[in-house]
Structures are given as structure tokens and as C-alpha cells.
Design a protein around this ligand. Structure first.
Ligand SMILES: Cc1cc2nc3c(=O)[nH]c(=O)nc-3n(C[C@H](O)[C@H](O)[C@H](O)COP(=O)(O)OP(=O)(O)OC[C@H]3O[C@@H](n4cnc5c(N)ncnc54)[C@H](O)[C@@H]3O)c2cc1C
Ligand code: SF4
Length: 604
């Protein structure tokens, strides 16, 4: 039942962030690539259609521009709910009669709700990423050696440095090297980011004025510009002005969920280049569901798929795609689910899973949000969603006992935290504030709103995913069953974040919102630690589910992301991360994809 008549060097499952990088690099090297993408096709008018969806959506969530597709479904933040022993999806729940439309895609088993989501459309989750492009710290790769917790990566910062350069040029990162060399981060001599740092906002400047030089978590604080995957002023590189052909950022704060003008990088940029080489074919609306192997050699022999024509429609085609080598780049949850679904006689626990680590070690950067009012107007919503942060808190001896975090300075007032500006207006009108009084209140209140987010690190062992035994999607494929919790290590990071909030708000003269300082225990994502209630949000940084490592006993792939069990199978995406580290993960994921491509090319 093979559908591929043409001969391919490589099949890639997933045309998202990681998959597209590998497709482009392989195609540039003259290899023939077939991509299998479960979601809607990449078309020139996608952005316009998505923008219309966004305008019409009542709740402007990260998913709001992108239609749900029951044949290739994705989770949504609107579906996150508390998990109780008696709830249908709870620990004792066995009732599968839950459709995705009313209860969401994930089968959440808790004990905590998993707050992160992703997209299943060509271009993947990069459509709604924020664009933060920090590098990991050298210590992030050595948690076991440096702090005696978690595990070490099988590679060091230095092993990735040159691949980081490549990733930064493909994305078009705006940043200054001088600001980024903290906690041992080094750059190739003479290195320049392709674009200059974006200008700080009024709020960023207030943070710098009030906080620079204080000691927080044992380090001297310095507010710095955040490397961004969005276009600013180009640098001259080797005598030529860098030009990625995209527009300059217009500062309209819509980066998550969608940049209307593609000033922010998304993976369709790389997909378009890959398709233009003429060496890449792609099958859209084609969902991979079974990885087939030769039981003697254990090599992958093909990947079985199901196709559909309409989002609600039935299966319209089935087949197997074949090539010399295979890459799974379907996002940390879907990649692990696909490996676990692909059981056979030789691999009864799933493909690439002789270590038993596939699906395990689910991690995120759970976010502690703190928000309030500045003493004077700092004018949110002028500029990208975030332009600066505090990175000095990311490292220190304290990591032996509790998680580190980076602090993101948000530029969207109370939008993420409370749904402002809509909620601000509704609150005022509900209090019978109209006319001039309403205008005055908005001018004084709305212009002072701000938030910060602490992205807290997590260690392996807090969560895992498996394919559900009882719930399926529209194609009849199992939905992900998610088991998630936070360890005391991460919870202690939240405790420290509250102390830091108090210090920061005190120095700024800011007033913390009551919902921020006293989150209700009933809110999904809440937990209690040392008798205090905390609230954690998902960051969308899903990691760990097919981790790389030094030995086949405790990891799924080697340092080149080749599976230990199957000579011609590679796994890419943030699922390869052994620990979360302290930076948003996608730049590192992209650097790793370049490393994997180089290794794969040597075998083809
Ligand atoms: C709100 C939000 C903000 C974020 N902001 C940042 C940020 O600022 N910085 C940062 O570093 N990271 C950020 N991230 C994380 C980032 O988006 C992800 O790390 C990244 O997109 C993961 O890339 P990937 O290639 O593994 O998966 P994806 O980009 O999700 O791509 C996976 C692709 O595989 C396809 N697919 C899935 N299953 C199948 C199947 N069975 N068959 C065929 N195709 C399949 C999907 O349709 C999709 O196209 C953010 C995430 C969210 C949710
Ligand atoms: S601020 Fe606006 S133009 Fe700039 S990246 Fe964000 S959405 Fe795009």
C-alpha cells in the first residue's frame, strides 16, 4: 500500500519549527525530502484568514487565529481545567465519552493541569510563539555535575555555539552580543547578531532605572534587551547589510498569537525556502500514525499515514511513505505519542523505547505571573510583547536546592493575566463609570498596567504522556493522556519568585494586583506549597519526552538525535532536552536540528 512512487532520501514527519530547518538543510545538500504534515496546507493567504479568525474571536488566546481541526487536533488554553478524582478526565475517570469540542484534546490525569498548548498546522507552533531567542547558559547543560540535580546533557554549550549562530541567522535575531554574555555565555570572536537590539520600552527603562545594580538571587541585576526573532535594523555582516526579505517590526504587540506582517519569524519562512529548492515534496492533511521497522535490522522501513480532505470529514486515504532515513519532528507531545503508538512484536513498548524513556520527563517552564499598577504611566502596548528581561537570576548556587528563573518584562499590560483591555473596560462599565469619568479612569488605570513573568525551570520526572487507551480523535487515533505535576524543586522556585516580586514591586513603587498576590486555589494550575497558594501558567515550552543522553539505558537518542534503537531514525524538537535550562527553548531546538542534519548527511 505504498503511496510514494518517487524515491526519497529522507521522510520528515511534521512541517513545524524543527522539521522545516532539517528539510531546508537536506534539500540544500541535494537530498530528496518528503514531508508529511498533519495540518492544513501552507498557502499565501493563510495569514489573512488567520487574522480574520483572530479579529472575530471573543477570547484572544494563543490558539484564537487557528481553527481547531478534529482530524489533527490541538490543545487549547480554554480547555484547561481542574483535575479532581471524580471528574470524567480525572484520576479515577474511565469514561471516554468526551468529545474534543467540549472537553479539549488532552486527556488530563493530573494531579496538576498541564497548561501548555501547541498548533497542528503547517508552520507548527511557531505561528504563535513570542519570538524570544535566548541561548542556554553553559551551566544549563550540566545540572548534575554543577548542582547535583537532574541529568547532564551529552553536549556542552561550546558544542552548540556555531549552530546557535546558524539558527540566529535563519531566524533573523535582533540583539546585541555585549548584552548577552552573562553567566559564561560566549560568542565566536567578532560575532554580530544579524539585526540590532530592539529599543527598550518606557517600562523597560523604568525597570533599568530602579533595579540595575541591586542584588537578587545572589547576582547583581542588569535589565537587558531580549534577543528577538523579529526584524529591527539590520547589521552589516561581512560587508553586506543582512536582509531576510521580511518587514520591519511595527510594534503593535500582537506577536502572540499572530504577527500580521511576518516581522516575527515563523517556520513558514523556512518551509517556503525548502519548497523552493525543488528538492522537497510535501503531503498535507496527512497524519503519521505508525512507524514500521524491519524486525531483524530494526531499521525503519516506512511510516504509515491517514489522509483527510475536510477538517470534520472521514479518512480519505491511507498509505506508507518510504525513504532511506526518517525524522520525526511532530512536537514533543505528538512525537512521543507516535513512537508509543507504533508498537510491534520486536518493540512491544514502542519504537525507540528500549530505555523506557519515551513519553517520560514531560517538562515546561511553568510561569509565575505577577502584575500590578506602576505609580506613573508607562504606556503598555507600544512595541513588541516583550523587549527586555532580567537574566541575571538564571544561575547561582541556589540551583542545588531550588529552580532558577528568568524574568520576562511584559509589554501587554494585563492582557495575558486578566484579558485587558476588554476586561478593564467591562469592569469600569459594570461599576457604572461612563463618559468623562470612564475616559479618565482608562487613561490613569490602563496606562499603568504591567506584568512580569518568571519562567521557572523544571527537572525531569514531574510528568509523562502516553497515548490514551480510551479516547481518540476524528481519525480514530489515540489522544495524548497527560500526567503532570511540579516537584518541590520547582515549587521552591515559585516561592523565591514571590520574594523577588515583593522586592521588585517595592523598588518600582508599584501596587500588586490582589489576584496576583492571592491567587484563588480553585484556579486550574494552582498549587499549595509551605501553606501558600501559587498559580502556575504554561509557557508552551514542552520538553523532555524523547530525551538525548550519553547511554542507551537512560535516553532515547544520542547527542546527534539519532535514536539508539534504530540506525535510520532521528527525533528532533524540544522533546530532546534532558533538562529545561533557563532559556525559552526554540533557538536551542533549532541549533540542535542543524547538528542533527550534519550528522544525518554523513550517512546519506
Ligand atoms: C504561546 C507560546 C509562546 C511561545 N513562545 C516561545 C518563545 O518566545 N521562544 C521560544 O523559544 N519558544 C516559544 N514557544 C515554544 C515553541 O513554539 C515550540 O518550542 C516550537 O514550536 C516547537 O517546535 P517543534 O518543531 O517541535 O513543533 P511544532 O512547531 O509544533 O511543529 C510540529 C509539526 O508537526 C505536525 N504534526 C504533529 N503531529 C503530526 C503527525 N502525527 N503527522 C504529521 N504531522 C504532525 C504539526 O502539525 C506541526 O506542523 C512558545 C510556545 C507557545 C505555545
Ligand atoms: S510587535 Fe507587531 S509587527 Fe512586531 S513582531 Fe509583534 S506582532 Fe509583529
Amino acid at each position: 500500500m505504498s503511496n510514494s512512487t518517487k524515491k526519497y532520501d529522507v521522510v520528515i514527519v511534521g512541517a513545524g519549527f524543527a522539521g522545516n530547518v532539517m528539510a531546508l538543510e537536506l534539500a540544500k545538500a541535494g537530498k530528496k525530502v518528503l514531508m508529511v504534515e498533519g495540518g492544513d496546507p501552507f498557502k499565501s493567504d493563510n495569514r489573512e484568514v488567520f487574522m480574520q479568525n483572530f479579529f472575530l474571536a471573543m477570547a484572544k488566546t494563543p490558539e484564537s487565529p487557528y481553527p481547531q481541526n478534529y482530524n489533527s487536533p490541538r490543545p487549547s488554553v480554554l480547555d484547561i481545567q481542574n483535575i479532581t478524582p471524580n471528574s470524567p478526565q480525572g484520576q479515577n475517570g474511565t469514561n471516554p465519552v468526551k468529545d474534543i469540542a467540549t472537553n479539549g484534546y488532552f486527556i488530563e490525569k493530573g494531579p496538576m493541569a498541564f497548561g501548555s498548548t501547541y498548533e497542528r498546522v503547517a508552520g507548527g507552533t511557531s505561528w504563535h510563539w513570542l519570538g524570544t531567542c535566548l541561548r542556554l547558559l553553559p551551566s544549563d547543560f550540566r545540572m548534575k555535575t554543577e548542582f547535583g540535580v537532574g541529568v547532564d546533557w551529552p553536549i556542552s554549550y561550546d558544542d552548540l555555539s556555531a549552530y546557535y549562530n546558524k539558527a540566529e541567522f535563519e531566524i533573523g535575531v535582533s540583539a546585541d552580543v555585549e548584552e548577552q554574555n552573562i553567566h559564561g555565555v560566549t560568542f565566536t570572536p567578532g560575532y554580530k547578531y544579524p539585526m540590532q537590539s530592539l529599543p527598550p520600552t518606557v517600562l523597560d527603562k523604568k525597570f533599568s532605572e530602579k533595579l540595575n545594580g541591586i542584588t537578587l538571587d545572589g547576582s547583581i541585576v542588569k535589565v537587558t534587551g531580549t534577543p528577538a526573532g523579529r526584524n529591527s535594523t539590520s547589521n552589516k555582516i561581512d560587508g553586506k547589510i543582512y536582509n531576510n526579505g521580511r518587514r520591519l517590526c511595527q510594534g503593535n504587540t500582537n506577536c502572540t498569537p499572530i504577527c500580521p506582517i511576518q516581522a516575527k519569524y515563523d517556520a513558514t519562512v523556512t518551509l517556503a525556502k525548502a519548497l523552493n529548492t525543488g528538492n522537497v515534496d510535501i503531503m498535507y492533511q496527512t497524519v503519521a500514525y505508525n512507524i514500521l521497522i524491519d524486525e531483524t535490522t530494526k531499521k525503519v522501513t516506512g511510516i504509515a499515514y491517514k489522509q483527510y480532505e475536510t477538517k470534520l470529514g472521514p479518512v480519505t486515504g491511507e498509505g506508507v511513505v518510504t525513504a532511506t532515513s526518517y525524522i520525526i519532528a511532530a512536537h514533543a507531545v505528538e512525537t512521543a505519542k507516535l513512537l508509543l503508538m507504533s508498537k510491534n512484536k520486536t518493540m512491544p513498548n514502542g519504537i525507540a523505547n528500549s530505555s523506557g524513556q519515551v513519553g517520560k520527563n514531560l517538562m515546561d517552564h511553568p510561569v509565575k505571573l505577577s502584575w500590578g499598577l506602576m505609580p506613573e504611566s508607562t504606556y503598555p502596548f507600544r512595541g513588541p510583547l516583550s523587549t527586555s528581561g532580567i537574566e541575571t537570576t538564571r544561575d547561582g548556587e541556589f540551583r542545588k536546592k531550588r529552580a532558577a528563573y528568568r524574568i520576562e518584562i511584559g509589554n501587554e499590560g494585563w492582557n495575558w493575566t486578566m484579558g485587558a483591555p476588554y476586561s478593564t473596560l467591562t469592569d469600569l462599565v459594570n461599576k457604572n463609570t461612563f463618559g468623562k469619568a470612564l475616559r479618565q479612569e482608562i487613561a490613569s488605570n490602563f496606562t499603568r498596567q504591567f506584568r512580569i513573568g518568571f519562567l521557572v525551570e523544571q527537572l525531569p520526572g514531574d510528568g509523562y504522556i502516553v497515548p490514551s487507551a480510551i479516547a481518540t480523535d476524528n481519525l480514530g487515533l489515540p489522544r495524548p493522556e497527560v500526567h503532570y505535576d511540579l516537584s518541590d524543586y520547582t515549587k521552591a522556585g515559585f516561592e523565591a519568585a514571590v520574594e523577588a516580586t515583593n522586592t521588585i514591586f517595592g523598588l518600582l513603587g508599584a501596587k500588586e494586583s490582589i489576584e496576583s498576590s492571592n491567587p484563588p486555589a480553585s484556579r486550574p494550575g494552582s498549587f499549595t506549597y509551605n501553606n501558600k497558594t501559587y498559580f502556575s501558567n504554561g509557557a508552551g515550552h514542552v520538553m523532555g519526552t524523547h530525551r538525548m543522553g550519553a547511554t542507551p539505558q537512560d535516553s532515547v537518542t544520542d547527542a546527534n538525535m539519532k535514536t539508539w534503537d534504530h540506525d535510520n531514525l532521528y527525533l528532533v524538537g524540544c522533546g530532546t532536552f534532558p533538562t529545561t535550562g533557563t532559556a525559552n527553548p526554540s533557538l536551542t531546538m533549532m541549533a540542535l536540528a542543524y547538528k542533527a542534519t550534519e550528522a544525518l548527511l554523513k550517512t546519506l
